[in-house]
Design a protein around this ligand. Sequence first.
Ligand code: PGA
Length: 256
Amino acid sequence: MRKKIVAGNWKMNKTYSESVPLLYEIKDLLFKSKKGEAVLKVIIPPSLYIHDFYETTKGLKNVFVGAQNCSTEESGAYTGEISAGMIKSVGGNYIIIGHSERRSYFNETHEELKKKTDITLKHGLQPIFCVGETKEKREANEHFKVVEAQINDSIFHLIPDEFKKVVIAYEPVWAIGTGLTATSAQAQEMHRFIRSLIENKYGRVLAQEMSILYGGSCNEKNAAELFACPDVDGGLIGGASLKAKEFVEIIHSFPQ
Ligand code: PGA
């Protein structure tokens, strides 16, 4: 069975002293209800806090911690970088790769994302690999082409045993942080398309096992409709992951 996943991408938000009460609030709310127990919950704070978050959530069922990025390199003279091995060593389990903010503000290329994916897997961590088109590309009806190229160029070189550890997140750039959510029909259409690409490359069994998340202004109000789509297996949540109640409501939004 495909895993249901809700990941909270905190981006560059919250000082340490602001982050601790928020984490405890999320933890308390998760404790109070059995509803989201089977959902994998991934909290992705700034990397500085990973170790502390790992220690705080250790032992909680299906709760994991992740990083928002990693270096393409193993170690060495790369001032300011953080390696996948370091993330693992402090308790991280997932790494977001290819978020649109990194692609656009930090000019990350397909080739770099490929390296980051490889190094993440090499350390036994799971990449959350982001894809998605800009507003211009959607308006030009090129959204499928864009997403296909992103997948082809950075993750389709993987062997099946590696590929099945990847979580794909479809995040239309025009929906990220804008309050504009893709309709459930748009999300389902793209998720199905992504699954069909995987099926053509790796076969039906593997395609059916892959979790494909939706991201982009997903919140406690629209999550239920999005998560009810047959090919949407959860969400990568930005803004709404910074509010404990909203985030946990999203976790509770899967069809029962
Ligand atoms: P958002 O961000 O939920 O604030 O739109 C999603 C993301 O960037 O992962």
